[in-house]
Design a protein around this ligand. Structure first.
Ligand code: NAP
Length: 243
């Protein structure tokens, strides 16, 4: 029996994969929304979340599954994101920059909207959680990460507004933004491999790596899941390093 339906974007790698290994919700069915998939214990729905086609496929999946779901909990954890292309605006590849803007800024908003619509349309009356992964870069912009920083700031602004909207509708759908800290994933490896000319703060991240200060993905995932047990405001912007 499935008691919880859990969609995780970006479950094919890094923090998203760790989240799938540590789901604490009862009798979960976990769906990986990513391009490559391959994470054990998940149903993979292949979707390029930087395209309207990908968003429509995911929205259809939300609606179809929720229509026949009679369990207690549903959740969407949006972990998909990209730093590529690291470099200064006006100097990096055009197509890669466009993809970064769409994936980091547009996808969380469009998919969050689709999730809320599907939960409402299905008349689901259990608990629904929407968690979107943000970054300290939303508040501290780094040269070389312009569209990444802007995308995460957009996530935080969206969550603040939608949290108030959900409260105005009774608060059964709960929305938060969560910053995971500096976590040992392929995204961090990409930072260390980028020349300083494209990312001037590179040495800081090399030092964090060499001093063993990167957080283990499973540990970060456990802290992220722990947020669902806290009495957080709807629309809260949370940094797990503060806990
Ligand atoms: N690691 C850190 O230190 C850190 C710090 C702050 C915030 N974060 C945030 O935490 C989240 C996870 O980061 P991570 O470090 O785990 O990254 P990661 O290991 O690089 O994984 C990124 C994930 O995003 C998915 N993704 C990328 N482009 C996609 C696309 N076009 N369509 C669908 N999925 C796509 C990838 O799946 P496919 O390639 O299979 O599609 C992959 O599963 C991100 O939102 C990131 O911004 C990470």
């Amino acid at each position: 029996m499935t008691t919880s339906l859990v969609w995780i974007t970006g479950a094919s790698s890094g923090i998203g994969a760790a989240l799938t290994r540590t789901v604490p919700l009862p009798d979960p069915h976990v769906i990986d929304l990513s391009r490559s998939g391959g994470t054990p214990g998940t149903e993979h729905v292949a979707a390029d979340l930087a395209t309207p086609e990908g968003w429509q496929a995911v929205a259809g999946h939300f609606s179809e599954r929720l229509a026949s779901f009679d369990g207690e909990r549903v959740a969407l954890i949006h972990a998909a994101g990209t730093l590529t292309p690291i470099g200064f605006a006006g100097e990096v590849d055009d197509a890669a920059y466009e993809l970064n803007v769409v994936l980091n800024s547009a996808a969380p908003q469009v998919l969050g909207h689709a999730f809320i619509r599907a939960v409402r349309d299905a008349g689901f009356d259990g608990r629904a959680d929407l968690v979107i992964l943000s970054s300290g870069a939303a508040r501290k912009p780094y040269p070389g990460w312009s569209s990444y920083s802007a995308g995460k700031a957009a996530v935080d602004a969206w969550v603040r507004a939608v949290g108030q909207e959900r409260d105005a509708r009774g608060g059964r759908i709960h929305v938060i933004s969560a910053t995971p800290g500096t976590v040992a994933t392929p995204m961090q490896a990409e930072i260390r491999e980028t020349p300083e000319e494209q990312f001037p703060a590179r040495q800081k991240f090399i030092d964090l790596y060499e001093s063993g200060s990167l957080r283990d993905p499973d540990n970060a995932a456990a802290a992220l899941w722990g947020l669902l047990d806290e009495d957080l405001d709807n629309g809260a912007i949370v940094d797990i390093r503060d806990r």
